[in-house]
Write a protein that binds this ligand. Structure first.
Ligand code: ADP
Ligand code: MG
Length: 399
């Protein structure tokens, strides 16, 4: 019961910004505290698993009033999951946007569970990276996902009550509703972001293939790290290929490398998923490819803000800047110095893709490619970062 009270206080505190306001400020009315019995019955004793991420499994359920729900269950052994639980509940309690998943409520005792609206077409990765299902996503739908995720991020970065960096934008964290509108999900790693700071230094937690170089190498976190991950998702949507497991062209290290090499030769359109041949608008595809490359520039200053992306997509902006070579997680430069538990997870399943690192620990080491990258030197003067894979994929959020 104490834990429950603490969470409730934490939630109300974070919405109000002040602890002493706890009694005055209520949670948004739609949000509810669920009993464990009601969730056991809604999910038929956690029978239908929708997905598994770093935090724990997610199950489908139905409330007595008929509403379908998704219930995220904290894995009992996970200490870090408790922080992610509070973090996600706290942040989602305060935000509401059509392109962000809605938290209906939670159960804090005896188990920790988060209850969301069920998003009918589930996550983008389940469609985009499965060859039999990709053609469901025609160009119109993909373009509306590109646009909707940008709108959702704009809300998080600039328009919400608090400025929020999501930190784990990727295909499996984008849910699609019945009209194929995207909703950004999974706020376990998100961070509040002080308005007067350009970046914060933090522990590194994210997913291989989606993490911006300055963040993965130095722990420098800013809204531009989300812009980078967004750019990867845009190029994945256009091509139907997953960046971290890209192996179509042996001489290209990943999707970004391939996209840029073709773009340089004036053949950017060739990255397009062949299933889009009949539905694509070539101008929109070209604009989105350029946006994807601009968002994944190595130097965060060369990346647009998400507001600028929204303007580019609305066609109200002028001509787009020319991208230089993107920055990306590239050459493996040294073997892990730790035994088995610290292997890298590039190219593994989506759960194992999640990595967490501290620039002071040892493990796999990575360099970054990209024209303006500060690769090989972090702020402590060390030449490498280390990436320690975590059984639960993610790490707690720092202070
Ligand atoms: N509200 C929802 N509606 C439908 N499917 C969901 C919902 N929330 C999560 N899922 C599914 O469960 C997976 C894991 O959920 P996520 O919130 O990303 O948790 P984690 O923190 O464990 O990664 C998602 O990739 C998605 O497939
Ligand atoms: Mg996830």
């Amino acid at each position: 019961m104490i834990e429950f009270k603490k969470l409730f206080c934490d939630l109300t505190k974070s919405c109000s910004g002040k602890q002493e306001d706890t009694e005055k400020v209520a949670l948004p009315q739609e949000q509810k505290i669920f009993t464990i019995q009601s969730l056991i019955s809604a999910t038929n004793n956690f029978e239908n698993k929708l997905g598994q991420g770093g935090f724990g499994p997610v199950f489908k359920g139905k409330l007595e009033d008929g509403r379908e729900i998704a219930v995220k269950k904290l894995s009992e052994t996970s200490k870090q999951g408790k922080r992610e639980f509070t973090n996600e509940a706290r942040l989602l309690a305060c935000i509401q946007h059509r392109n962000v998943v809605s938290l209906l409520g939670y159960c804090a005792f005896p188990e920790k569970l988060l209850v969301y609206e069920y998003v009918v077409n589930e996550s983008l990765d389940k469609l985009l990276f499965k060859s039999g299902k990709r053609d469901v996503l025609d160009w119109k739908r993909r373009y509306s996902i590109i646009d909707g995720v940008a709108q959702g991020l704009l809300y998080l970065h600039e328009d919400s009550h608090e400025r929020i960096i999501h930190r784990d934008i990727k295909a499996s964290n984008i849910l699609l509703d019945k009209k194929w509108r995207p909703k950004i999900a999974d706020f376990g790693m998100a961070r509040l972001y002080p308005e007067d700071k350009t970046h914060v230094n933090t522990r590194i937690a994210g997913t291989n293939g989606y993490m911006a170089p300055e963040y993965a190498l130095h722990g420098n976190l800013s809204v531009k790290a989300d812009v980078y991950s967004y750019g990867v998702v845009v190029l994945e949507l256009i091509s139907g290929h997953k960046n971290s497991t890209f192996n179509l062209v042996p001489e290209c290290q990943n999707l970004l490398d391939w996209a840029f090499k073709l773009y340089e030769k004036g053949k950017g359109a060739e990255i397009m998923d062949p299933t889009l041949a009949t539905s694509a608008d070539p101008n929109q595809v070209a604009t989105c490819t350029q946006i994807g490359l601009l968002c994944t520039q190595s130097d965060p200053k060369l990346r647009p803000t998400i507001r600028q992306v929204v303007v580019m997509l609305s066609k109200k902006g002028g001509p787009l800047n020319e991208p230089t070579r993107p920055g990306y997680q590239g050459v493996k430069t040294r073997r892990p110095s730790r035994p088995s538990s610290s292997s890298s997870s590039v190219g593994a399943s989506s759960q194992a893709d999640s990595v967490s690192s501290r620039s002071t620990t040892t493990g796999s080491t990575w360099a970054f490619a990209g024209s303006t990258s500060h690769a090989h030197h972090n702020h402590r003067g060390s030449s490498y970062i280390s990436s320690v894979s975590d059984p639960h994929g993610k790490r707690p959020i720092e202070g």
